[in-house]
Design a binder for this molecule. Structure first.
Ligand SMILES: [Mn+2]
Length: 502
């Protein structure tokens, strides 16, 4: 009898276990189906049939690549490449030097190139190019909107000039700089570009300051970003890879990065950026002094055709800072006179009203305290302004650092069509305005013809602002961004508009 019962319970157990397995399996399959559906849905929405073209490139479409190129680089600037550069102490900057593949060396020979891209110089191809190579170049533009073929010819850890102003070499930074997690989000970007961003960090970050490089894959579909990437970065224990199983966009992918990062400092940078010698210490120094500070470097540009590192080293014009216009899109601005007066020398951190989206540094704890980003923001846009307002209004400071330089790839075109026809950016700025602009919202409404657009629920964000006891937008405008420009027909935007920042 006893044995019978035991058998019975064994049978029950087997049946139950089987059932649970079946349940788990079904749930797994259906959730997978669901995520597939979402991606398909997104894909099908992305291009309306009218503009669907053959070989439609898949870009890092949440990104700011179509954003404005800094004004200092819009002018017809020729680059001045200096030869001298900081000597890298080997014991401080340890990384495995990436080797040039046999086929790459072969292209160098065929195209008569010697150390292409060295010191940030443009790669100039001969006037006559063999047909098979021309085809590769054409394909590069088709797929990536940059000359990825040329990019792949340049060593992944190429040398770059030290373009810091002279004064920067004499600055003593805190010897208590925080260890950093560098977070790079990518979606279907070229291998050479991602890895050159990674190696620039490796090569120019003292090993005691670099905790990890966290690559966040926002659901890339290209094969070279799957196992080949894993095999490649397997040699580098400091590189970690997190993959999002569904496409979540830059904003959420960065939050995934933050959650997975060790910190205590976080560097968020696009996966198409090259940092130059001495980049990190001046960015971390203000954070060592005030953990509620956030910093951005001076942003130079990578040329999409020649992969040249382009910069402006004229001390009169090489700095711009960032503001915004009333449609809540950011705008490069001249540094106001009072800010120049406040500084003791031209290389001090400059207070900037807003930050660039491509690159910033913040303490993990502060970023989390600010609620990271509004998680309802979609695709791209407004998140850099949101974080800027939060930093300034909720107890922090935001600085642009003249002694830190990095170049961002500004692509020539942005072929991406937003699933909602661009409505995403507007929806984001609608939310931004509703939560943070207070009585200044009327300028935004006027600038964007706001008439009851639906931007979803912002209760949580308003609650966060209240809980953090953030300052008013009036305070922000008067103290941080008094040089904001108002529409010409506005007589009296704010009674104290004339007040100059303290
Ligand atoms: Mn970018």
């Amino acid at each position: 009898m006893n044995r019978f019962f035991r058998r019975c319970s064994v049978l029950k157990f087997i049946l139950l276990a089987g059932f649970i397995w079946f349940l788990v399996f079904t749930i797994l399959i259906s959730s997978n189906e669901e995520s597939k559906l979402k991606i398909d849905e997104l894909k099908s929405k992305r291009l309306s049939p009218k503009i669907r073209i053959k070989n439609q490139p898949s870009f890092n479409d949440f990104d700011d690549d179509f954003a404005e190129i800094p004004r200092k680089l819009q002018k017809n600037i020729t680059s001045h490449i200096k030869i001298d550069h900081t000597i890298i102490r080997e014991d401080d900057y340890i990384y495995l030097v990436p080797e040039l593949r046999e086929d790459i060396l072969n292209y160098h020979k065929r195209l008569n190139l010697v150390n292409p891209g060295h010191m940030g110089k443009p790669v100039i191809l001969p006037p006559v190019i063999p047909l098979d190579i021309q085809e590769k170049i054409n394909k590069s533009y088709e797929i990536f909107a940059i000359n990825e073929f040329v990019s792949s010819l340049i060593p992944l850890d190429r040398e770059l000039p030290d373009i810091r102003p002279k004064y920067c070499h004499q600055v003593n930074y805190s010897n208590n700089l925080p260890v950093t997690s560098v977070i790079m989000v990518f979606h279907n970007e070229p291998f050479s570009q991602i890895m050159r961003s990674v190696f620039a960090v490796f090569k120019r970050t003292p090993k005691n300051l670099l905790g990890e490089i966290l690559l966040v894959d926002d659901c890339s579909t290209r094969d070279y970003l799957k196992k080949p990437l894993e095999d490649y970065i397997g040699k580098y224990p400091k590189i970690k890879l997190v993959r999002s199983p569904t496409r979540v966009g830059l904003i959420k992918a960065r939050m995934i990065g933050c959650v997975n990062a060790q910190g205590p400092a976080l560097v968020f940078m696009d996966a198409h950026i090259e940092v130059t010698p001495g980049w990190i210490q001046p960015l971390l120094d203000p954070l060592a002094k005030n953990p509620n500070a956030s910093t951005i470097p001076v942003l130079d540009a990578l040329d999409p055709h020649t992969i040249e590192y382009r910069y402006n080293d004229n001390p009169e014009t090489y700095m711009d800072h960032l503001g915004f216009e009333w449609n809540l899109i950011y705008k490069w601005k001249n540094i106001p006179e009072w800010e120049k007066k406040r500084m003791n020398n031209p290389c001090e951190p400059i207070r900037t009203p807003t930050m660039i989206g491509a690159f910033f540094v913040i303490m993990k704890e502060f970023f989390e305290m600010l609620g990271m980003y509004d998680p309802e923001y979609e695709i791209w846009g407004a998140e850099n302004l949101e974080l800027s307002f939060k930093v300034w209004m909720c107890g922090g400071e935001l600085y642009q650092i003249p002694c830190s330089h990095a170049a961002h790839m500004f692509r020539k075109k942005h072929p991406y069509t937003y699933p909602k026809g661009g409505g995403e950016v507007r929806r984001n700025t609608d939310r931004l305005s509703e939560v943070w602009l207070d009585e200044y919202q009327r300028f935004y409404h006027r600038a964007t013809n706001f008439q009851n657009r639906n931007f979803g629920d912002v209760t949580e964000q308003k609650k966060l602002r209240q809980n953090l006891r953030c300052k008013s937008f009036k305070w922000y405008i008067e103290n941080i961004y008094p040089d904001v420009s108002y529409p010409s027909n506005v007589q009296d935007p704010s009674p104290q508009q004339e007040k100059v920042a303290s």
